[in-house]
Design a binder for this molecule. Structure first.
Ligand SMILES: NC(=O)c1ccc[n+]([C@@H]2O[C@H](COP(=O)([O-])OP(=O)(O)OC[C@H]3O[C@@H](n4cnc5c(N)ncnc54)[C@H](OP(=O)(O)O)[C@@H]3O)[C@@H](O)[C@H]2O)c1
Length: 305
């Protein structure tokens, strides 16, 4: 029998990739969105705004009745950003899902107290901003009785691939005009000269990793870093793009201190973001394996198309 997956989100970059990979793998897939973007083929749409819990819960309940199911095998919350979203996940799915997988971020860590590589545990998490709020979601799960529903968390670092813009470091993070600039021979302006280390993960690999949680209630209360196979300096990420385009990449360095003083919220980008993936390996989850050179070439083809 097919596995039943509910994706919260489902038409975005990450959530859309999860939904597409799940359909391709033979899952029955429901997606919850506000209906503002086209959905992947093969999914069942649930239209609701998750910020309105009664209507969100009502729409999910109606979809389950329609499909005559009393539980989803797995709910993947791809768009939980605030503690209230994790509260909602537990309240709505405790009796409706066997497993919950919550997408957090590597920005939960305080960038000034990282380890290299960074493991799952730290004594220093952020307490505000995007990463701090994701940490509050994790803390809600850690501190709550979720009944028979098991939960796990993935913490991806920079996610790349078809469906998103290129760029992993200021001032060329998700830069819509990056290919145009490189083809025109423009120099890139990278904070710290782009020497911060990164370990980007291809969205497809992340999706396959997430689907690998299905049936793994033994991973209850576990949090996993999710990163790709290659550790590179950020500048090399841009040089790989230059190699695919067949153009040289000129770099102008922006001093870290000056950039941070003007853009304090960018601090989580300005540190080495490399991870100890031994937890994933020990749990025998599908390990992200696509080389950065291969994934970036795919992303460039998709953007050019
Ligand atoms: N990109 C990275 O490098 C990175 C790194 C670490 C972690 N992450 C995490 O990855 C996730 C990103 O997911 P994504 O790429 O799919 O996001 P996205 O591209 O922004 O798409 C958001 C999706 O959620 C739906 N949506 C938005 N607001 C909604 C609401 N109030 N109610 C119901 N549906 C709503 C959207 O459809 P409608 O507009 O139609 O509602 C869309 O399907 C986040 O959890 C982020 O923190 C990203």
């Amino acid at each position: 029998m097919a596995n039943d997956l509910l994706v919260i989100g489902g038409s975005g970059f990450v959530s859309g990739t999860v939904a597409r990979r799940a359909v391709a793998a033979g899952f029955r897939v429901w997606v919850v969105t506000r209906g503002q973007r086209p959905l992947p083929d093969g999914v069942t749409a649930i239209v609701a705004d998750r910020k309105d819990t009664p209507s969100f819960e009502g729409a999910i309940s109606a979809a389950m009745q329609m499909a005559k199911i009393d539980h989803f095998d797995l709910v993947a919350d791809c768009i939980g950003y605030d503690a209230v979203d994790a509260v909602q996940d537990v309240a709505v799915f405790r009796e409706r899902a066997h497993q919950l997988l919550f997408v957090s971020t590597d920005f939960v860590f305080d960038p000034t107290h990282r380890r290299f590589p960074q493991g799952e545990l730290s004594d220093h998490y952020l307490s505000d901003g995007y990463g701090g709020k994701k940490r509050l979601c994790e803390l809600h799960l850690l501190g709550t009785d979720t009944g028979d529903m098991s939960w796990s968390v993935v913490r991806p670092c920079h996610i790349y691939g078809p469906g998103s813009e290129l760029g992993c470091l200021p001032e060329h993070g998700r830069d819509k005009a990056l290919l145009e600039k490189l083809r025109a021979g423009e120099k890139l302006h990278l904070v710290g000269g782009g020497h911060f280390l990164q370990q980007p993960i291809l969205a497809r690999d992340l999706a396959d990793l997430m689907l690998g949680f299905l049936g793994r209630s033994d991973l209850h209360r576990r949090i996993f870093q999710a990163a790709g196979p290659d550790v590179v300096e950020s500048v090399d990420y841009y040089r790989i793009i230059g190699d695919v385009l067949g153009v040289p990449v000129g770099i102008e360095e922006i001093p870290v201190d000056a950039y941070l003083a003007a853009n304090p919220a960018s601090a989580p980008f300005l540190c080495h973001r490399i991870y100890d993936l031994s937890g994933l390996h020990a749990a025998e989850l599908p390990t992200p394996a696509t080389p950065l050179t291969v994934g970036l070439a795919e992303q460039i083809s998709a953007l050019d198309a």
